[in-house]
Design a protein around this ligand. Sequence first.
Ligand SMILES: [Zn+2]
Length: 109
Amino acid sequence: MEKLTGPLPLETDQLDRLERKPGVFVLYDGAGNVTAWGRDDADLPARLRTFGSPHRAFAYRLTETSKEAFTLECILYHEAGGAFAHQGLEHPERPAGHSWRCPICSLYD
Ligand SMILES: [Zn+2]
């Protein structure tokens, strides 16, 4: 999998240390199972603050641009080999108004 930082406890003091930039995240429950994942196009720590129980830990990577976050989210999705899809999590969507392509598949070609 693409290198992420973490998992770290999903707690305010951890989130306070993150820069307010775009990025991707994966959330885990107390047993280390993936419970959610995604990206934020502007402020990753703000997005992470919206999650509570049963999510207990997070892994993340900040990016400089929302396009980088989208591209990284696509790579994470495909590298997961469908494991996330089993939980009803679907292919990353592009922000409105952008025609970016997935770097892995032809969904948006
Ligand atoms: Zn794709």
